[in-house]
Design a protein around this ligand. Sequence first.
Ligand code: PLP
Length: 362
Amino acid sequence: MQSLASKLVPKAVEKLIPYQSARRIGGQGHLWLNANELEQPINYGDLSEKDNNHYNRYPDFLPHDTAEAYIEYCEQNSGKLNCEAVTVRGADEAIDLLIRTFCHPGKDQIIICPPTYGMYEFCADSFSVNTCKIPLLADFQLDVDQIKEQLPNSPLLFLCSPNNPTGNSIHEADIITLLEASKDSTLVVVDEAYIEFSSQQSALHLMHKYPHLIVIRTLSKAFGLAAIRCGFLLADSSVMTYINRLIAPYPIADPTAEIALKALSSNGLEVMHKQTNQLIQIREWFKAQLMLLDSVQHVFGSETNFVLIRFKDHLDTYQHLITQGIVTRNQAHEEILKDCVRITIGSKESMLETLNALKTLK
Ligand SMILES: Cc1ncc(COP(=O)(O)O)c(C=O)c1O
């Protein structure tokens, strides 16, 4: 049976032969004179001997060990998976790749549910793809019926769970309803950048039944590795066939792959889980403290490493925090988030300083 991915993929992508980089072509030998690299590494002084001794060579064209380590990590929570993973330069690259792989510029539209992460629309715009916006309902859940109406015209639906900037998880029942309704029309992408902070299970286990589900992940949040730019796209092989045609020849720098592997080792995962639990405790304590403040109108529930707060006078609050050297994110440009500010959870000391600054607000 023809997969949905192969039905949707534009002819130009279907015909693409992946760029034949030297690493992809490979070969056997003892002199590697095929990639115009410097044969001997240069020692720049600060790098250790071990680090330095291979940076003259291009990295693996698709670093399988990081992808395999990531799947193993996912399987600890989601059980045996039958999907594939690719390592990308942050979840942002996954978003961009999906739009460039499955949308016809100037013709197709993606569906998003604002307020949500800004890169879906930005990437669509940058590739001349339209964005159909079906706003979240007042409780920040999906307007499932409205989304269903748009499915036949849209190769991609982006859901963000837990959602940035609202902080809540999308009901799994709604995701399943949409997966059922989209089987013949739309690849459903669930961006799980904040999943480690959530009490809801990942959508990954649904991939057995719904091969048109795609999950995006990152090491930038709970793993604390935003600087190395490392994310993962997990999907059925029918989807991955086309992603692999478009992906950059050397998507991941060697130092990134090395650090990612350390983070995904059993020691690395233990540290990450411990830190995540601590952060969740600080988040819940901070929320409770915020609710005691006069300036606060509402603190929204959070399944992430930030909280969304409605202040009585958000501009005053936001500016006041800036004058105290505390930089937060003003969300008031979205109608549904009028008077809202998003605050990332840091250490207990940082949150205490923030609370004290809020208390001095006149
Ligand atoms: C929902 C969501 N997805 C993706 C990203 C980007 O992640 P990365 O740093 O892996 O590109 C972010 C970053 O804030 C985000 O909030």
